[in-house]
Design a protein around this ligand. Structure first.
Ligand SMILES: NC(=O)c1ccc[n+]([C@@H]2O[C@H](COP(=O)([O-])OP(=O)(O)OC[C@H]3O[C@@H](n4cnc5c(N)ncnc54)[C@H](OP(=O)(O)O)[C@@H]3O)[C@@H](O)[C@H]2O)c1
Length: 296
């Protein structure tokens, strides 16, 4: 049976992937971009909830500009903390609510992947606002939070797309190699989310509401990610980009970022049907998709 699912933030990387992949997972997506449902409008959320009684909600809407958030504190908290708190209260007992959070809720100290039990200690406004939002969703009776990281895909704004553009423009780049995490393709996040939601609706499987970590497998630095991107770019276009590793101290940003933010995904690995390919696996295809879209 096909179930409706509400997707908020449907124009974002994960929102688009969810909307595209939902039918194959047995869902009819009701996708709402920011122009259709602004999650910072309590009235709009109340209307949505009453128009679609019982329909599960996936909230992929977020304020994701990590550096800008340091100056736009109020806006970041409104989107990432207040709106999810409203959603959690409105979702009630009769529908699952799935929400995303981030590896930036962690301090980045240590070299062992962070488990879902690990203490959070965000370094910046974005991480702090996301931490407040995830706490609210976890308090909802059917709330699930999926913490993910370093999201990329062929659409939207992301590191991979920036590297392809800037690498070709400049031919040489310096990229930080002392921040370690796991690049994760939006399609893999969407597939895992839909698998988890299916099991929550059917009551079968191990996908109880709660907190999960969901990234690709493995780990790398931004430099390692860039090297993989430029390997694919060279193979596909012949363009070579001269890449140099630098420490974070040579690339200061308004927001402090964790040095090590690899997430331990053991809990989600116990859910049958969730697969987490190595972070590098989708890189070449994603570069190819971007190059193809430029020609279209
Ligand atoms: N991107 C990452 O590297 C990363 C890393 C870790 C976790 N996450 C989390 O993963 C989730 C999905 O991220 P993503 O990469 O798909 O983000 P994204 O591409 O930046 O998309 C976010 C979407 O949210 C929408 N949005 C912003 N404010 C809104 C509002 N007030 N009402 C409705 N929609 C609004 C944006 O629409 P407009 O563009 O029209 O404003 C955009 O389409 C988020 O919870 C994010 O915090 C992302």
């Amino acid at each position: 049976m096909v179930s409706d699912v509400i997707i908020l933030g449907a124009g974002g990387q994960v929102g688009q992937a969810l909307t595209t992949l939902a039918p194959a997972a047995g869902f009819a997506p009701l996708g709402f971009g920011s122009a259709e449902v602004d999650i910072t409008s309590l009235g709009a959320l109340k209307q949505l909830i009453s128009d679609h009684p019982g329909t599960p909600i996936i909230n992929a809407a977020a304020y994701t500009a990590v550096d800008k958030a340091e100056a736009e504190v109020e806006r970041a908290f409104l989107v990432n903390a207040t709106a999810p708190t409203w959603l959690a209260a409105l979702a009630g007992h009769d529908r699952p609510l799935i929400h995303y959070s981030t590896d930036y809720v962690f301090s980045g100290k240590g070299e062992t992947p962070f488990s879902t039990e690990a203490d959070t200690a965000p370094l910046g406004v974005y991480g702090l606002s996301k931490r407040v939002g995830e706490t609210a969703v976890l308090a909802a009776s059917r709330g699930t939070v999926l913490r993910t990281a370093w999201v990329y895909g062929a659409t939207g704004n992301n590191f991979l797309k920036t590297m392809v553009r800037v690498g070709r423009d400049r031919g040489a780049l310096n990229v930080v190699d002392d921040q370690i995490g796991t690049p994760t393709h939006a399609d893999d996040i969407a597939r895992a989310t839909l698998t988890l939601l299916s099991q929550q609706l059917s009551g079968q499987g191990a996908a109880a509401p709660g907190l999960y970590h969901l990234t690709a497998a493995g780990q790398t630095s931004w430099y390692g990610f860039a090297a993989e991107i430029f390997k694919a770019l060279e193979q596909q276009t012949g363009t070579k980009v001269d890449l140099t590793p630098i420490p974070t101290s040579e690339y200061p940003t308004p927001a402090k970022r964790p040095g090590f933010s690899v997430l331990d995904c053991n809990k989600i690995d116990r859910i049958e049907g969730v697969s987490r390919p190595d972070w590098a696996t989708p890189v070449a295809d994603t570069v190819a998709a971007i190059l193809k879209s430029e020609k279209a």
